[in-house]
Design a protein around this ligand. Structure first.
Ligand SMILES: [Zn+2]
Length: 318
């Protein structure tokens, strides 16, 4: 009988790791730096060594571990753990799942990081127990994860729920990392908010946004602060980015008729300043009956969502 799951959330700067019990209790969590040298080739062995050391320290025998659930930002083949591309990490056509399996001797499941966050929130967070859930991560980019009929959606080649790349500006818009233009990510991510705020600051010389720009770097948090203080230019930016995001979520909602929409990532720290206009926009664009069924919430697991989702990936495959 197994008693532990291991979650690994691989990001561009750190790999978050955790040993998690069957009921979701975190026994131990820690981080190691992501070594992106040589297209990130050392990452699997770094993770394997760190897991092995930590299990020894915690006096947990590997036979007590049911497996590893790992997440990476990119296009993942979830049946094989093969990574087609993970730009921030440097992986391209990288057989990550099999490598980690060979190095650890454990069973390994892999999914993309936004899907793991959705699974984590679905197991123990703001989307707990939802059979139909849309989870949106607003950070440097926009990530999405969709649970339908109680299952995470992966799609034909791993791009299901890539909400950040829904086109919201037809025939134009800012260039996106994916190679397209006008993606949701170019508007409603932290990066998009700052870009819009810089444009607004130029148009409104009296706006507080200019003070932030002169002082230091302007962050999405500053834009929410300025909007809270009644700054018109900042309020305009928040109104615009929540309107676009609300429309994109409403359009997505018609596909799965969600009972809950969970918003996470750094931008979600704005709380009600974000949620209130977002929900209003969602209700404006969604089919009324679809909107009636759904409620909004801020993600609850913070930085642990990925490792908890990784553990859940192991749990559901056991
Ligand atoms: Zn894109």
């Amino acid at each position: 009988m197994s008693h532990y799951y291991i979650g690994a959330d691989i990001g561009g700067t750190t790999v978050k790791l955790a040993i998690i019990e069957e009921n979701g209790t975190i026994t131990k969590k820690w981080e190691i730096p992501t070594n992106t040298d040589n297209q990130g080739e050392a990452i699997p062995s770094d993770i394997a060594a760190s897991i092995s050391n930590t299990l020894k320290e915690e006096a947990i025998d590997t036979s007590m571990v049911a497996g590893i659930g790992a997440g990476a930002p990119g296009f993942v083949d979830t049946t094989t753990g093969y990574i087609h591309e993970a730009v921030n990490i440097g992986w391209k056509d990288f057989d990550f799942g099999n490598l980690l399996k060979e190095l650890t001797g454990m069973t390994v499941w892999v999914d993309n990081d936004a899907n793991l966050a959705a699974l984590g929130e679905n197991w123990l967070g703001a989307g707990e127990g939802c059979t139909e859930l849309i989870a949106v991560t607003l950070g440097t980019g926009v990530g999405g994860g969709i649970i339908a009929n109680g299952q995470i959606l992966n799609g034909a080649n791993g791009t299901a729920a890539e909400l950040g790349h829904v086109t919201v500006v037809p025939d134009g818009g800012a260039p996106c990392n994916c190679g397209k233009t006008g993606c949701l990510e170019t508007v409603s991510s932290a990066t998009g908010i700052v870009r819009k705020a810089k444009e607004a600051a130029e148009k409104y010389p009296e706006s507080k946004l200019n003070a932030y720009l002169n002082d230091a770097t302007l962050t999405s948090k500053d834009v929410f602060e300025a909007a809270k203080d009644g700054d018109k230019a900042a309020s305009g930016v928040i109104a615009e980015i929540t309107d676009v995001l609300g429309m994109a979520i409403a359009n997505m909602a018609i596909a799965i008729n969600p009972e809950k929409i969970v918003i996470g990532g750094g931008v979600s720290k704005a709380g009600e300043l974000l949620l209130e206009p977002l929900e209003k926009a969602y209700r404006k664009y969604a089919l009324p009956r679809t909107a009636e069924a759904s409620s909004f919430g801020i993600a609850e697991l913070g930085n642990d969502a990925g490792v908890i989702g990784g553990a859940f990936l192991v749990k559901k495959n056991n």
